[in-house]
Design a protein. Sequence first.
Length: 569
Amino acid sequence: MSDTPSLVIRNGLVIDGTGAPPRSADIAIARGRIQAIGRIPGRGTEEIDAAGLIVTPGFVDPHTHYDAQVTWSEEITPSSALGVTTVLVGNCGVGFAPCAPENRARLVELMEGVEDIPEPVLTEGLPWNWTSFPDYLDTLAARRFDLDVATQVPHAALRVHVMGKRAVAREPATAADSAAMARLAAEGIAAGALGFSTSRTLNHRTLAGESIPTLTAEEAELAAIAAAVGATGRGWLQVISDFGAELEPEFAMLRRLAATSGRPMTMTILERDSKPAEWRVLLDKIAGANADGLAMTGQVLSRPTGVLLGFELSQHPFVDCPSFRPLAGLPFPRRLAALADPALRARLLAELTAGEHSFRLRHWDRIFPLGDPPDYEPPADRSLGAEARRLGQDPAALAYDRLLENGGRTILYRPLSNYAAGNLETVRAMMAHPHTLLGLGDGGAHVGVLCDASAPTYAITHWTRDRATGRFPLEWMVRRLTRDNARAIGLHDRGVLAPGLRADLNLIDYDRLKVQAPRVVYDLPAGGRRLMQGADGYRATIVAGEIVRRDGAATGARPGRLVRGIGRA
């Protein structure tokens, strides 16, 4: 077999993912792997001059929800347009396998509510050519993508598969139920899943308001599953929990589960306005667990978690007003024409004043213009409340008029967590903690209210270049987005640029790198709407040695595959 490189990248500034200082070098790629790094004397079949560019490993995103999208699409956007070359799906206990035919509607209803993916999209898009979790993996293994896809076994799907209606009613699992779920979880890990996930938060509900089936799962059920996962010797446990007043007993239980499994555990960490000190308590407890030999991490986001508000989106301040409800299902041009009517504007403003509406969507001092490029750390004086006071206007009227601008496509930003003090100093402390991972972008989910799949790009632009204070070294941030995440989910063949490892790379014009403003597209099955976001500055993204995107445009290459864990025989 020829040793001639299929691709040589020359003259780039290599940031290899280890945290080492950048160095000027060439990279030779052959058969999907890095062949050599240094000064490459011979020519490659294809060559790229990367002078003036940084060359990094492809980003590894450990928290996405592309479980449905990977069954119908080969382009796993927006992540693949934002430098991500490996995604982990199946987070928060939700997914679509295992699933018997009689339970399909239950899982669709759950995903529609928890992850804001409309039912018509799922009903039309999902092929349902699986029943077991191994069947689902075989379905994905037959497909080709523009990035690599890894999976987790979701608890809610397991529970519904085993318990049916009793799971939806959140009845306690019997010993037989727990044993069956444990067996299926181990089966999924053996087939190639990289972990097991569960949700214990009240925020995860169906559209009808029913809580996720796993919310009150008892320790005996979770312990049986944890032990079964542990017996495989592979995979991690991913958890989201409310903690709250039950922080001490809840965390103590999670510690016991981690000990029972002997496997790493990761959990969502957010700064909540209602409990602004909780994140620090949790990270202290995670540090204590690690000191005791338990591998636990907190997953954190590089910016606030928040919602995007707009007349073309799922949420805005007037969404619950009686006069808006008949407009919600209209095609956007007809909805916009109606909203431009001064009489309707007057009615909606009156209804907003008279009715009891979500303060979350009309807290004017915490609602901001998102802008282009988007500003995810806006100062207080840019809020609609502050602007309305300067102008002597009603903030609701100002919000209405702003939302009508740009053809009704103006987007407002409402930070919900990680922003209690009106800045991102808490996020900086979270990211700097030795036992955190950068994740929580939720790519593929919440498609009408957020687009945080761009968080890895934002982590580089904001936190290494643009923020006035508290910046991190670029090589440190690259390591966090690449090697640290890859190793955390058990993938040791990627995340670092070194000979013999997988040739997943980004060529980036660092000075030009910029997250674009989100926009609405209608490219889901059944014409479904979602938010899309790109970035300027990615000159090329390479997966397994093939260029999948060049200067922001897809090349049509599909080298991405299902990544199975090492349990696969």
